[in-house]
Design a protein around this ligand. Structure first.
Ligand code: T6T
Length: 327
């Protein structure tokens, strides 16, 4: 009799435990998408997120698209989203490697999972314990490798010699920092190429244009420019066009906006690196689904590739899918 009671108790416990587990694993998360900035790249991530949420039957809240880049604008938006009380996971692109650690940690500690896309916090290695390893995962381009490859393409285009200039956004944003580092690494293989300057436009296209115009005045023999993101690149080629140097100064640009693709076709830009923002978005939602619904462990880093547009492939039907079109 005593044995029977014990067995029944154990059974009740096991069934209860399994039930609890099933509940924990079965919950469909409510997702919040908090973009870092109002731009075509982030629209494409948002489109991937929205499509995947629809496919998986997940509820989605989308915050405003900030009009400018930076923690001052981003943090209040994130905090307001967390304060809603109905969000299970926030997908966002931290606008600073350091300044976003504490605000995101507070949100995480309040019970909301964090997925960072495009940019990361700390050194981006969430697999080893640290003050910034709490996000579920980081999903983004291999920016360093992209920077290296851009350097080799640009070096070829300028005959492996001459002065080049880098136009970028911020010194503390993981994506563009890696692009600059990769570019410098790639260019270090060419003894006759000199990087004459790096300017930071804080993701403002007009500022990028002014900075490149000033750089061209200071160094009239610049032969190549690397614009590390879409506003940097769009500002850079406009400055070169205004200076009447189209074709003489080669432009390597990052981000396949319709503007940059048109400029490539017109010969105002010479290279465009396309990231895969739509895929970044779908992967983020799949990760949230697998974690919450299927109870799976999520890889701490996922890296969709990139694609280079040149004047030779820009009209290929196969290339068109890489253009950022959020309509
Ligand atoms: O280049 C992208 C993104 O990868 C970067 O982190 C910030 O700028 C963009 O959003 C383009 O404007």
């Amino acid at each position: 009799m005593k044995k029977l009671v014990v067995i029944s108790l154990v059974l009740v416990l096991v069934v209860g435990l399994l039930g609890g587990l099933a509940l924990a694993q079965g919950k469909k998360p409510k997702i919040a998408w908090c973009p870092a900035i109002d731009d075509p790249f982030y629209y494409m991530i948002g489109k991937g997120i929205a499509d995947k949420c629809k496919e998986l039957g997940l509820e989605l809240f989308v915050s405003e698209y900030p009009k400018a880049w930076g923690p001052e604008i981003q943090v209040p938006i994130l905090e307001a989203v967390a304060a809603r009380g109905d969000i299970d996971v926030i997908i966002t692109g931290p606008t600073s490697k350091e300044a976003l650690i504490a605000p995101l940690k507070r949100i995480h500690d309040s019970g909301i999972e964090i997925i960072t896309v495009d940019t990361y916090i700390g050194d981006g290695d969430y697999s080893k314990p640290s003050e910034y390893s709490f996000p579920l995962t980081f999903i983004g381009t291999d920016n360093f490798q992209g920077g290296v490859e851009v350097a080799h393409h640009l070096a070829e285009m300028i005959g492996k010699k001459g002065k080049v200039f880098i136009e970028t956004t911020n010194p503390d944003v993981s994506s563009v920092v890696e692009r600059v580092e990769g570019f410098k690494k790639g260019m270090s293989e060419y003894p006759d190429i000199e990087i004459v300057g790096v300017e930071y436009n804080l993701d403002v296209q007009e500022k990028a244009q002014q900075q490149v115009a000033a750089a061209l005045q200071a160094n009239p023999d610049i032969v190549g420019i690397f614009g590390t993101n879409l506003y940097s690149a769009q500002g850079a080629y406009q400055a070169v066009v205004n200076a009447g140097l189209t074709g003489a100064v080669k432009i390597a640009s990052w981000d396949a906006t319709e503007d940059l693709i048109k400029a490539l076709k017109e010969g105002k830009v010479d290279l465009v690196l396309a990231q895969k923002p739509y895929e970044i978005g779908t992967l983020a939602v799949e990760a949230a689904y697998q974690y919450f619904v299927e109870g799976k462990e999520i890889p701490k880093r996922m890296v969709p590739g990139f694609f280079f547009f040149t004047k030779d492939n820009v009209n290929d039907p196969e290339s068109q899918k890489y253009i950022y079109r959020a309509d």
